[in-house]
Design a protein around this ligand. Structure first.
Ligand SMILES: Cc1cc2nc3c(=O)[nH]c(=O)nc-3n(C[C@H](O)[C@H](O)[C@H](O)COP(=O)(O)OP(=O)(O)OC[C@H]3O[C@@H](n4cnc5c(N)ncnc54)[C@H](O)[C@@H]3O)c2cc1C
Length: 438
């Protein structure tokens, strides 16, 4: 058997960085020039920007993900996790889905591990809160809101009803604001199917430690978003932090204390801790330090981008923000540069001037900064949808997302909650017990 002498590229992570780097390599290099392997825990790439719509039910969960096996033509996917790297030996340790860990030898490694929710030591937080970075969390939150409304419909005790109908979101960045706005819309619409619940009985609380929400847009747009949320009855608490959530009792730094069954923690992310644990140069925030061509500093053969990397921002100075917008562009440049190295060509530094941001504030409302324009209301909401449809890297998914959104405009809200999906074996166990087999 002849030995495969093609350079081997190992991509760690199948998110924005992993997927777009792989697509770029497939485009730039012929099959004879390199082989590419991707390791990712799931066989899909999550398009995180669409999670708010998954939570509100205007998008099917499977339409917010891109199937890696179908989208990638020449990249081998290994479902599992990289658990360590020995770059001197150019070897990664991989824990597959099942079975014993194994080693993968590579010539180049691309690290796109992304980030994890930044959890702070707040009493009760770990026990009571849910994050908002995965599709499972988005589905859970939708089920949670609807199941709390079902519970309240049957409750007569005033305090218990208030607790069920109080929803607290911590973090005024785009994920916290978009999640709250979409879910609040869902719940308000759903009230028509719950005869005993008036919309004003629902209490939505947004807690933000700084003096403003949405730091990625200009202050006037953030103030507009704050006003809009307050007009909808949302309690937006600025310069306030969560002090405790023990037993579902929410204690805020402004002295407020109340009970809530639902607590969503969207107070920021930090680079995946594995990045700093790989023995490669990392900064004090735990991000891999890369040069302007996306090479890990002083480490030939190692590349990184996205949320887990400190990528120099040659336009604005400092480092690039952790966002999908940057991750996609960085990945494309990384793919081009890696292909150039394999072909012995010149590298090009990464440069991206952000055209702006588009944020949803629930149905038909949004804010946007687009170049010099500041938009609010329906137009940015609509443009955001067009933008994401244009961006999703799969023609079939584009169509499915468009169909979901178009039909959601015409249909009444679906208020079914499939909470029992979280315990799929329960009915079987119950049946076994009742039939005497358990
Ligand atoms: C709710 C929400 C909404 C957002 N909306 C926007 C938006 O509108 N616009 C915008 O620009 N940005 C948005 N972002 C931010 C954006 O999603 C991130 O910046 C982007 O995902 C970063 O890309 P990445 O490739 O670095 O990481 P990711 O896309 O997170 O990919 C990391 C991948 O690595 C995998 N992985 C983790 N550990 C291992 C391991 N040990 N081995 C192998 N694989 C591993 C993960 O499973 C994941 O697939 C949003 C984020 C959230 C949470």
């Amino acid at each position: 058997m002849t030995r495969d002498t093609r350079p081997h590229v190992l991509i760690v992570g199948g998110g924005y960085v992993g997927l777009y780097t792989a697509l770029r390599l497939e485009r730039r290099l012929g099959a004879h020039e390199a082989r590419v392997t991707m390791v990712n825990p799931e066989n899909f790439m999550l398009y995180q920007s669409l999670l708010p719509e998954v939570a509100s039910g205007t998008l099917a969960p499977s339409h917010a993900v891109v199937p890696l096996r179908r989208t990638l033509k020449r990249t081998r996917l290994l479902a599992g996790r990289v658990t360590g790297l020995d770059h001197r030996r150019r070897t990664a340790t991989v824990q597959p889905y099942e079975g014993e860990p194994g080693e993968v030898v590579y010539d180049h490694v691309v690290i796109g591990l992304g980030s994890v929710t930044k959890v702070l030591p707040v009493p009760g937080l770990v026990q009571r809160a849910v994050g908002f970075t995965t599709v499972t969390e988005a589905i859970f939150l939708r089920n949670q809101v609807l199941s709390r409304m079902e519970a309240a419909e049957a409750l007569t005790d005033e305090a218990a009803r208030r607790r069920a109908l109080t929803f607290v979101f911590v973090g005024g960045g785009y994920s916290g604001v978009e999640a709250l706005a979409e879910l609040e819309d869902l719940a308000r619409d759903a009230c028509r199917y719950f005869p005993s619940i008036a919309p004003r009985e629902l209490r939505w609380v947004l807690v933000e430690v700084t003096d403003r929400i949405l730091p990625i847009v200009d202050r006037d747009l953030a103030e507009y978003a704050t006003r809009l949320l307050r007009e909808r009855g949302v309690d937006v608490y600025l310069e306030t932090s969560l002090e405790s959530a023990e037993d579902g009792v929410i204690v805020l730094s402004n002295g407020e204390r109340f009970e809530a069954d639902t607590l969503c923690w969207a107070a920021g992310v930090s680079p995946d801790p594995l990045a700093a644990g790989m023995g490669l140069p990392a900064d004090d925030m735990g991000r891999l330090v890369v040069d302007e061509c996306l090479r890990v500093r002083h480490t030939p053969g190692a590349w990184a981008a996205g949320d887990c990397a400190a990528v120099p921002d040659l336009i604005e100075g400092g480092t690039c923000p952790p966002s999908a917008q940057y991750a996609v562009r960085e990945a494309r440049r990384l793919g081009d540069n890696l292909a150039a190295v394999i072909r012995g060509r010149e590298l090009t530094p990464f440069r991206h001037r952000s055209p702006g941001e588009l944020i949803t504030l629930g149905r038909h409302r949004g804010v946007a900064r687009l170049l010099r324009l500041r938009l609010r209301g329906f137009l940015p909401w609509y443009l955001r949808r067009l933008y994401h449809i244009a961006r999703i890297p799969s023609p079939l998914r584009k169509l499915e997302v468009w169909l979901d959104w178009t039909s959601a405009l015409a249909k009444p809200r679906d208020v079914v909650h499939l909470g029992s999906e979280e315990h799929p074996r329960e009915p079987f166990h119950e049946a076994a017990e009742r039939t005497g087999a358990g």
